[in-house]
Design a protein around this ligand. Sequence first.
Ligand code: SER
Length: 357
Amino acid sequence: MSSAHVSNAVSNDQPLADRRTAVLVTGAGGEMGHGLIHALAARDPECAIVGLDLRPADDSIGALCAETLTGDVRDTHLLEHLAGRYRFGHVFHLAAMLSSSAERAPLLAYDVNVGGTMNLLRLAIAERERTGRMPMVVLPSTIAVYGLSSLAAKAVAGTITEDEFLEPRTMYGCNKLASEHLGRYFNDHHGQFESDTPGSLDFRSIRFPGIISAETLPTGGTTDYGPEMLHAAAQGHDYTCFVRADSQLPFMTMPEAIRAILELTDAPRSSLTRSAYNVRSFAPTAEELADAIRARYPDLKVVFDPTPGRQLIVDGWPADVDDAVARADWGWSPTHTLDSALDDYLIPGLKAHYGIV
Ligand code: SER
């Protein structure tokens, strides 16, 4: 075990031996938190889940968690208090400010997205120091870690691999890339002065594309035009799209994103060759997305009225990403095309969600 302590004082609320083994989910009330908590509870009803979110947990999450807390990932006292009561073998650190929100408040975004990640890494390292067990920290990262310098560069780049174009042009992308590197450092190198086998935790990360859920809508992201357009159609509303019709980005559905997290979590550590992986399912332009939705909701009217700032962000993100390493290392395989995502999951889910028969 490393002796390069990074933890602050540890809470003495409870004798260490009495701490209950649990899984910590930050951002528990968010879109991904909902999906992940339901999936974790479904596959192991005995799993003690502790949910943390800025907002009070809703009933559907509360019912599945051993405990839910309303609090901030910047609050180290809260995290130390939690670590004094639970032995966290897995930490799913989902809490973050998404790209458009982060661009409007970059310094706050740094505190939440990088400071928050460091606090969760510190919690996991403290666990290692106390028990010798290697906790796993899973971080959703993003296509925002990539930065294409122009639309022409985006067109030339096409589908990109994990090690290309890592010059993010948004605060969110900088935050997530920094968080990936911090995780990789603590996974590979922490304690290298004291040990021949450095590394204090098991850090795994997925660079998600835009995610579309039938049940929830994102807040503050820049891929939000995808889910917003679809939910508008399902409710019989028109939609004003904040990017140009030719804007292309990769997307996937929320159940596929949750499956990816669980598959990466379950993968043997020895099979992983990197700490951050691309995944994707389909990569339509905004117009192709609108056409596919209109084929199912013929009344949908979409007006493309780009917002300059958000358009700039989308123009700097890749048109598509190469998920070959995830396929090779942990068996990732997307199940959906855009059409099958709509027909098999999104439209039935939207009908149930909005009570449309
Ligand atoms: N969905 C995120 C956002 O738009 C990108 O990963 O901020």
